[in-house]
Design a protein around this ligand. Structure first.
Ligand SMILES: Nc1ncnc2c1ncn2[C@@H]1O[C@H](COP(=O)(O)OP(=O)(O)OP(=O)(O)O)[C@@H](O)[C@H]1O
Ligand SMILES: [Mg+2]
Length: 249
């Protein structure tokens, strides 16, 4: 269970201030996939990084399975796997070496790491490139290796920023099936995406984020019903228009 309440975040650089998140609230329950939907720059990555303890909110509260991210960051980190599509693995180490390294870092017993690595590599079809140095892997292979590395400690909560970005249709399906599998094991899954089709296929509930604010949030069916459509793209454009974000539409 992840709960985000009234979280705000402003980035200040020399010239300007960007209010990336403005009193954002959402929650995700075990056994469901929650999707944060929004256009480029809406605040999705910022929100997910805050949940993953990589950034501190200016105000508001985030709890992961009851642990506050500011008060108990270690407890939170133990319970989450954070993935992003631009997690650039690099270097001479092989995927297998990296998986062991992260397993050790997370204090996973070696025999558990071996077993989990086998499961992950079977599922993600990684056997052929487990021994290759990550520098020499394709984008999709790197993505799979990054997934295995991030999930080696079998976290209860999976946070995945843009899960299918840069992946071909086959690898995308492997990744989305994998997330559905997590859901069926009762894990909490949060994704971000700007691709409506991904959200439609994958999410039980969605929150539409526009310019740092949650403009609408509901179950997928609730959302479609409310806007009398069978298509999330229509919902998105309606919500964006109402919020005044589609100035030229
Ligand atoms: N470290 C940072 N320093 C300054 N501004 C930042 C920083 N990170 C994000 N921002 C700004 O915060 C806003 C939200 O960015 P964020 O990366 O969260 O958007 P996003 O919804 O993930 O977009 P995308 O779909 O393009 O990935 C943007 O205006 C961005 O420029
Ligand atoms: Mg982003």
């Amino acid at each position: 269970m992840v709960s985000v309440r009234n979280v705000s975040k402003t980035f200040t650089s020399r010239r300007k201030r960007v209010r990336a998140l403005d009193k954002v609230s959402f929650h995700a329950e075990p056994g469901e996939i929650f999707g944060l939907l929004g256009p480029n720059g809406a605040g999705k990555t910022t929100a997910l990084r805050i949940v993953a303890t990589l950034l501190k909110p200016d105000e508001g509260e985030v709890a992961v399975n009851g642990f506050n991210t500011l008060k108990k960051p270690q407890q939170v980190r133990k319970r989450i796997g954070f993935l992003t599509s631009d997690m650039r693995l690099s270097g001479n180490l092989s995927a297998r070496d990296l998986i062991f390294f992260f397993g050790d870092l997370n204090r996973v017993p070696r025999d558990m790491t071996v077993q989990r690595m086998k499961e992950l590599s079977d599922y993600l079809e990684m056997e052929d490139f487990l021994e290759r140095s990550v520098d020499k892997l394709s984008t999709g292979m790197k993505q799979k290796a990054a997934i295995a590395v991030s999930l080696i400690h079998d976290p209860e909560v999976i946070i995945f920023d843009e899960p299918t970005s840069g992946l071909d249709i086959i690898t995308s399906k492997t990744v989305t099936d994998f997330l559905k599998d997590f859901r069926s094991k009762g894990k909490t899954v949060i994704i971000s995406t700007h691709v409506m089709a991904v959200a439609e296929k994958l999410c039980d509930r969605v929150g539409i984020i526009l310019e740092g604010k949650i403009a609408e949030s509901d179950t997928l069916e609730g959302m479609l019903q409310r806007y009398s459509t069978n298509n999330l793209e229509d919902v998105f454009f309606n919500v964006a228009q109402k919020a005044g974000v589609l100035k030229n539409a």
